[in-house]
Design a protein around this ligand. Structure first.
Ligand SMILES: [Zn+2]
Length: 229
């Protein structure tokens, strides 16, 4: 194919996913093999370039790993097929909004989301507060703002949340920047919740309960201990 009219992948004014698409088209070429190292070396400033590349799949891009193509080594990819011309205004969104979700994708998303609505936390078949109506889970498309640019990700939502939240957007960049502002202790606690996928206040709450039940003199002892780092 001719590369006439295709913007340079080096232009940093574009999102990382778009630059990755342009890099594949102009530097790799359809049908060709490239290594993970080549990809990382082309985008040394992006720590999760593999993910940005995978984001292209939503837009119809086919990039094989050794799972789909056994002739590849685990460090190689093949650029099988180009999808939507995501560098053209409106293309990235237009394609993703119409792409159908397969049954397999649906099962995978539900499983990853623990079969819970990620907005209100209700499980399939559970009744809404005080109501007779039970929840039905659906897959929704969420527009996500990320450091690498905008993308669309699938998320489990109950029908009620989905109807109420059409066009909902998630700002991952903002979540990351708030995380960066946390103190070391806060971040460590947060990391524990993330790894357990559960918020556990109990140790601190038990300690708080015990502190509150202490006589004044003992409360003063605790207060002094807390003040002194
Ligand atoms: Zn919900």
């Amino acid at each position: 194919m001719t590369n006439a009219g295709i913007p340079s992948w080096r232009n940093s004014g574009q999102g990382t996913m778009v630059r990755c698409a342009l890099w594949l088209v102009t530097e790799v070429g359809v049908g060709e093999v490239f290594t993970k190292t080549q990809l990382r070396e082309a985008f040394p400033e992006t720590s999760q370039i593999d993910r940005r590349m995978r984001d292209l799949r939503v837009h119809g891009w086919n990039i094989a790993t050794n799972r789909e193509d056994p002739t590849l080594s685990p460090h190689e990819h093949r650029f099988v097929e180009m999808g939507a011309e995501v560098w053209k205004p409106g293309q990235a969104r237009a394609k993703s909004a119409t792409a159908a979700i397969t049954g397999t994708q649906r099962r995978e998303i539900l499983e990853k989301d623990d079969h819970l609505c990620r907005v209100c936390g209700i499980a399939a078949g559970e009744a809404y507060d005080g109501g007779i109506e039970t929840a039905q889970l659906d897959i929704a498309r969420r527009e996500v703002l990320k450091p690498g640019g905008k993308s669309v990700e699938m998320v489990t939502e109950c029908r009620r949340c989905r109807v109420g939240g059409r066009g909902r957007q998630t700002d991952v960049t903002d979540v990351l920047s708030r995380l960066a502002k946390m103190s070391g202790v806060e971040r460590e606690l947060f990391a524990q919740w993330v790894s357990a996928d559960r918020r556990d206040f109990s140790a601190m709450e038990r300690l708080w309960g015990e502190y509150r039940s202490l006589p004044a003199e003992s409360r003063e002892t605790i207060r002094a201990a807390v003040d002194r780092p």
